[in-house]
Design a protein around this ligand. Structure first.
Ligand SMILES: Nc1ncnc2c1ncn2[C@@H]1O[C@H](COP(=O)(O)OP(=O)(O)OP(=O)(O)O)[C@@H](O)[C@H]1O
Ligand SMILES: NC(=O)c1ccc[n+]([C@@H]2O[C@H](COP(=O)(O)O)[C@@H](O)[C@H]2O)c1
Length: 395
């Protein structure tokens, strides 16, 4: 649980000159083109119209278009949905079901933008289909792009990828819901178009109580994403590292994979454009940013300045006041979006682990496929987290 134990973590010294975190030696080139978009540019209102051409020119100059890219996209048409697995349904059945979904959606979406959006319809969890899986070793690792949008859909918007870092031990409906809340607020309040969302589970080196082995946490996230969402993915890179990786470096990894290696994504005009990457986090994580022994100031400048943060308010935490009181967060406030939970959800992985240990039901707190996985591998039953600490942890 203690990132200060990372081999490269140095606590800030008084009067220290702030330096950005050092580039990881092999994967991140010295001057990575981190996309400089901020949520609210140059004091204009967050939803003011703005000139995309400047960015198009910039990105076409930097064009490093990688012809071999294998990007997928958030499925919007039924033809884009993942095929149902053949061992459970014939091709005809699949077609019939998809057509069924299509006509239902048509009714909802042709007349207005109201109702359930096409992009938010996933295959039902009960419909088994192929699960895209990440490698178990870093040697075989490939960055997942099967649900990344291939092409921006709105010519007036900028592409954005959301990354959630955490333990996910186990992943719950709250963690999944955080992405949906973020999606709604981004669509409503910003000029960004979400082109992908990733979970990045921490590695086993993160010494936090209750961590199931990284391999299982990644698998559970994969089941949850593939079975309940049409756009979320899991990236195992962080979980496969041999030592703890600070969040600043995890975001650099996403920048490397998406912007440096693949040159961003394609705009409506067929140009390549860099993608903004933002960290999705809960209010508690953000409040931990006030503790200098947990987050280095230079990392905070790097994360909040170069990337940005989407903060989901947590019951009982006042993120806005915290933002006001924290110098670095205040400095980068235009790159931070606070997401209000309109329906409060406070599902806690710690309590889920306790329930499992006590043989209690966890149904409707996490996806069924994740519950089945936990049962199959007997996860969390032999844990020894102090019960008092579990019950007091989030209150
Ligand atoms: N109730 C909540 N409201 C908003 N965000 C939350 C809530 N619970 C967790 N999160 C956020 O989910 C992300 C992943 O959390 P993580 O799995 O590391 O811890 P957790 O969900 O609090 O689980 P644990 O109980 O094991 O500490 C973090 O950004 C965290 O802030
Ligand atoms: N200095 C850092 O980069 C730093 C510090 C604390 C937590 N984190 C990250 O925050 C996420 C959630 O942490 P907790 O589960 O401890 O709330 C993890 O992904 C962890 O790596 C990063």
């Amino acid at each position: 649980m203690d990132p200060t134990k990372a081999p490269d973590f140095k606590p800030p010294q008084p009067n220290e000159e702030l330096q950005p975190p050092p580039d990881p030696k092999h994967t991140i080139p010295k001057s990575g083109p981190i996309v400089p978009y901020v949520l609210a540019d140059y004091n204009s209102s967050i939803d003011a119209p703005f000139n995309l051409d400047i960015y198009k020119t910039l990105s076409s100059r930097k064009k490093t278009a990688n012809s071999g890219n294998r990007m997928g996209h958030i499925p919007l048409n039924t033809s884009d949905f993942q095929p149902l697995s053949r061992d459970v349904s014939s091709e005809e059945e699949s077609e019939g079901q998809l057509n069924g979904i299509d006509s239902t959606l048509q009714d909802v979406t042709t007349t207005s933008n109201l109702g359930v959006l096409k992009s938010q319809i996933a295959d039902l969890e009960e419909v088994p289909h192929t699960i895209v899986r990440q490698a178990r070793s870093i040697e075989d690792y490939e960055f997942p792009v099967h649900r990344l949008t291939k092409k921006l859909q709105d010519p007036d918007k900028l592409p954005l990828i959301i990354v959630a870092c955490g333990s996910f031990s186990p992943i719950t409906y709250l963690h999944l819901r955080m992405f949906e809340m973020a999606l709604d607020d981004i669509n409503e309040q910003t000029r960004f178009e979400v082109v992908g969302g990733y979970f990045s589970p921490v590695s086993d080196n993160y010494q936090k109580r209750g961590l199931a082995p990284a391999y299982h946490r990644v698998r559970m996230c994969e089941l949850a994403c593939e079975r309940t969402s049409s756009w979320l993915m899991v990236d195992a890179w962080e979980s496969l590292q041999s030592s703890y990786t600070r969040t600043a470096k995890v975001l650099d990894h996403f920048n490397h994979e998406i912007n440096i290696k693949r040159g961003g994504i394609t705009t409506v005009d067929g140009e390549k454009m860099g993608v903004k990457i933002m960290l999705l986090a809960g209010g508690d994580l953000i409040e931990s940013m006030g503790e200098s022994h947990v987050w280095a100031d230079s990392d905070l400048h790097h994360i909040l300045g170069n990337y940005g943060c989407l903060i989901v308010e947590r019951t009982g935490s006042d993120v806005r006041s915290f933002l006001l009181s924290h110098d670095i967060m205040y400095e980068h406030r235009r790159n931070i979006l606070i997401i209000k939970q309109l329906i409060y959800n406070d599902i806690s992985s710690t309590k889920v682990r306790l329930f499992i240990r006590r043989g209690m039901s966890v149904q409707y707190l996490l996806p069924n496929s994740v519950i089945r996985y936990i049962q199959e591998y007997n996860l969390y039953i032999n844990q020894s987290e102090p019960v008092k600490q579990v019950l007091d942890s989030k209150e």
